[in-house]
Write a protein that binds this ligand. Structure first.
Ligand code: PHE
Length: 350
């Protein structure tokens, strides 16, 4: 027998194998002791010694082919294919869930709705008037520099100025006063996307803020403090306290910065380790976390919204959803951009 003849035989067997309709018995028919493979393998002795090595290689390749082909058939058509085990557990479909930041926004909304706030949404591309000017920041006022603004390349409005990507949710303040025809009481919670020209491990260009605004007769700093404490307890758990420190914003007077006590160490700045020794709390270092800004609504802002500051007073607060949320989870995220990376290994943890 020649190599060409051997090749021809292998080819014939391959064609025959491809047309087999039942998978059971294939193994012994082709690979069994008296199977096709062994039969053609016997020809090896009849082959010219100079061609034997090549014939050996061809036969080996053919054997591997048969092994694979038959093994595939066996697994795709198991012999027990005519019965089904109805008690076997099913394959669990992969179920997604809301993004952690959406979950946080829902929770924040529910917490404020319980004390009579109404969730609203205002444009995330808005006029300079709502984002800055009505908030007591006249054109060219240096305070605007704190909000690293993206401007939209669009025609200016004669009264409302340029169009910008909202740098904070405070644009909702005067909009809410307008929505209610300048008629307090107002109790709004505005949660929206914000944008600033900054991007590094602790900042993303797009982030979320939530803004509270309460306006009525006789509203004082006490109401603000009570609301902050209420939120701290509801969101971070019983015992969490708020702390206010003097600050400056153009649109509030007085203005405050708000801290929450660390719920990991109970606001003490120290944790007791397993062996009873005290260590600095790695999460907060001082017992407190700075979260955002607040204050009593500036009379000029009330006037911009058509409300008489002689009759009404109000408070406002606003800060980032991302930071508020990562604090709650006790997370020290090295790179905050991970939240929006879409990486399932990260998202599936929440
Ligand atoms: N808008 C402010 C900021 O983005 C926060 C703030 C809101 C301060 C409301 C006071 C009152 O930093």
């Amino acid at each position: 027998m020649t190599i060409a003849e051997l090749k021809q035989q292998i080819k014939l067997l391959k064609t025959q194998l491809a047309s087999e309709t039942i998978s059971s018995g294939l193994r012994s028919k082709y690979l069994g002791k008296k199977g096709h493979f062994n039969q053609i393998a016997q020809v090896l002795t009849q082959i010219d010694p100079t061609e034997r090595k090549q014939a050996g290689i061809l036969l080996n390749q053919f054997k591997t082919f048969l092994e694979n082909h038959i093994a595939n058939q066996e697994t795709s058509q198991p012999e027990a294919a005519d019965w089904i085990d109805l008690t076997a557990p099913g394959i669990k479909p992969h179920v997604g869930h809301l993004h952690p930041i959406s979950q946080a926004m829902d929770e924040i909304t529910r917490i404020f709705e319980r004390i009579g706030f109404t969730r609203v949404r205002y444009p995330e591309v808005d006029w300079d008037w709502y984002v800055f000017e009505s908030l007591n920041m006249p054109k060219n006022h240096p305070a605007r520099d704190e909000w690293e603004t993206f401007f939209i390349d669009a025609p200016e409005d004669q009264e409302k100025g340029k169009m910008v990507l909202t740098t904070h949710t405070s644009n909702g303040q005067v909009r809410e006063m307008e929505r209610l025809d300048s008629q307090p009481p107002i109790r709004m919670i505005n949660i929206a996307r914000c944008y600033r020209r900054q991007q590094d491990a602790t900042h993303t260009q797009m982030f979320h803020q939530f803004e509270g605004l309460v306006i009525d007769k006789g509203i004082s700093l006490q109401h603000l403090k009570g609301t902050l404490d209420y939120f701290a307890q509801e969101f971070y758990g019983p015992g969490t306290k708020s702390r206010i420190r003097p600050f400056h914003f153009q649109f509030t007077e007085p203005s405050l910065e708000v801290d929450f006590s660390c719920h990991i160490c109970g606001g003490t700045g120290q944790v007791v380790t397993e062996d009873g020794t005290k260590q600095k709390c790695k999460f907060c270092k001082s017992g407190w976390h700075e979260v955002g800004g607040a204050g009593m609504v500036h009379p000029n802002v009330l006037k911009a919204g058509g409300i008489d500051p002689e009759k009404y007073t109000g408070f406002a607060f606003g800060w980032g959803v991302e930071r508020t949320y990562t604090l709650k989870e006790g997370m020290n995220i090295d790179d905050i951009r991970l939240i929006y990376s879409g990486d399932l290994r990260f998202l599936e943890q929440f």
